[in-house]
Design a protein around this ligand. Sequence first.
Ligand SMILES: NC(=O)c1ccc[n+]([C@@H]2O[C@H](COP(=O)([O-])OP(=O)(O)OC[C@H]3O[C@@H](n4cnc5c(N)ncnc54)[C@H](O)[C@@H]3O)[C@@H](O)[C@H]2O)c1
Length: 273
Amino acid sequence: MSELFQQDFINKSALITGGARNIGLAIARNLASRGASVAIVDICHDLETVPYCMSSEEDLNNSVAELAGTGARTLGLNCDVRNENQVQKTIDRVVEEFGGLDILVNNAGIISLFPLKEISEKAWDEVLDVCLKGTFFCCKHVVPLMVEKKYGKVVNISSVAGLRGLGLSIHYAAAKHGVIGLTKALAMEVADHNINVNAICPGTVESPMLDGLASQLSLDKDTYEHFSQGHLIKDRRITPDDIANAVRWLASDESRFLTGAVINVDAGWTAGG
Ligand SMILES: NC(=O)c1ccc[n+]([C@@H]2O[C@H](COP(=O)([O-])OP(=O)(O)OC[C@H]3O[C@@H](n4cnc5c(N)ncnc54)[C@H](O)[C@@H]3O)[C@@H](O)[C@H]2O)c1
């Protein structure tokens, strides 16, 4: 790999929501390893209806220390993407530190599993507000800065659940379908400003999220296997790095003619219907 390729994000800055662990952290590592300044933001407290822990302040600090240890310019901020005021202040702080923002990755997301009649308003709101409203707030406050600069890459993390129903999660499917609609509509709005807006739909990725869902279902088999039955590629598992590689490509100029696109990193799941 040439030195030039490794540094293709030098002088670029990125904000990754839900960046304290797993897919978000893998994205931050990937962009930082190619020269980007990275801001990772995370909620750092648990949510009432979500059956697993969110990242803690300690997780966020450890992730920042790890990224900074590689020499990357790094910022870690506590921010709940559901809160527009916090989002605005966080973006102001990132811009103050990095001098601008070139890449926005809307990765923060949560899931819970309930049949329709058991979804409380609170559970509905938490999922929709983190996955969809949070994406809207971040776009609302970052994209105008990109318009001014006439440059920007927005990558929204949707899901296979943004393309089809998966069962026991109409709120998650509604939110993730919404992320795809938002992606396409925003791509139309800002194409003239040299801003690309795309979405990625991961299949089942190894994550703490999966373990939390296992407890809701009382599973008697491997959680990953249970949730990846639709994968066509079965001899290996999708990792956070697989998603991060796709994000890296969408955040780069190699993909400059992709906008409003949806890329499935789903081991063939959606190819099968
Ligand atoms: N893991 C999978 O199998 C899978 C599959 C498809 C899509 N996805 C999507 O990928 C993204 C990342 O998933 P993951 O597996 O890394 O999950 P994860 O639970 O490991 O990480 C999500 C991160 O988001 C943070 N977060 C949650 N609510 C937040 C809020 N309101 N504000 C800021 N941060 C918040 C959490 O603290 C956590 O650090 C999510 O959008 C998820 O829906 C995951």
